[in-house]
Design a protein around this ligand. Sequence first.
Ligand SMILES: NC(=O)c1ccc[n+]([C@@H]2O[C@H](COP(=O)([O-])OP(=O)(O)OC[C@H]3O[C@@H](n4cnc5c(N)ncnc54)[C@H](OP(=O)(O)O)[C@@H]3O)[C@@H](O)[C@H]2O)c1
Length: 272
Amino acid sequence: MEQRTIAFIGAGNMACSIIVGLLQSGYKASRITAVNRTSERSAIFRDIHGINANENVMEGARNAEVVVLGVKPQSMEDLLASMKNIDWSRKLVISIAAGISVSRLSEMAQATLNLIRVMPNMPALVGEGMSGLYAPDSVSNQDRVFSTQLLEAVGEVCWVTNEEEINGIIATAGSAPAYFFLFMEAMQIEAERQGFDKHTARMLVQQSALGAAKMVVANPDIELATLRNQVTSEGGSTAQALNVFNKNQLSETIAEAMQAAARRAEEMESLF
Ligand SMILES: NC(=O)c1ccc[n+]([C@@H]2O[C@H](COP(=O)([O-])OP(=O)(O)OC[C@H]3O[C@@H](n4cnc5c(N)ncnc54)[C@H](OP(=O)(O)O)[C@@H]3O)[C@@H](O)[C@H]2O)c1
């Protein structure tokens, strides 16, 4: 892929996952800069990841062809205000922040940004991310291709045509690792309660989750309900477990949780 110079402004958990994924996929370390406020974090990027790092936003962004905005949504306005002397006209800007629209980001920067919104998720760290992307019509095809390739280096990508759909991406993929972690956490706790030691309980759960996910990916033409039926014998133990999930309205709970996530993402748009 094209090796543009990229500055990650605010390289915390999420941006770091993308950086590590990019490096693992062969992106040149010399083309990546991480900017944070603390020298401790810069040292980690320099010493462990071997990329450029500093605490000076202007210096980090000035020479970069691509600026990735990776701070928390509540820090974005101050960050962009501090960057008001940047010449944005020749840069591609990628925002990974939840809940801040393209027009709001340009307003904060007091400039018309050439901007793509990306909603990544944490498994980018292991090359298995899922990112949703949105760009206004003004963004060139070349920039769309570059950002697609950038995020494909750390997983799968999905473009949306309306900006509001980003909130659905947040509910379905951005927040999703936490849903699965919670499910596995609950299973591990119960496995331990049933007598397994911590290590064994975790292995039983994580390998089952991995195996199930791999089966889903390997069988794109088989409906998820069919896969579920294939492992559920009538009157068997799996059927008993699923009865309990249904009795406790697991599907409805999941729907309610995802709606709450999407609603919160929408609400955040009025906060920042
Ligand atoms: N976490 C997720 O799963 C996830 C998923 C999708 C999208 N996102 C989005 O990703 C963004 C970051 O989330 P996160 O979880 O990665 O947060 P995080 O770990 O707190 O990272 C934010 C980073 O920004 C740095 N920072 C804050 N203000 C700064 C400034 N003015 N100049 C330079 N660096 C600054 C912080 O480091 P210092 O304190 O050293 O400055 C920190 O490393 C959010 O907007 C969120 O919506 C997160």
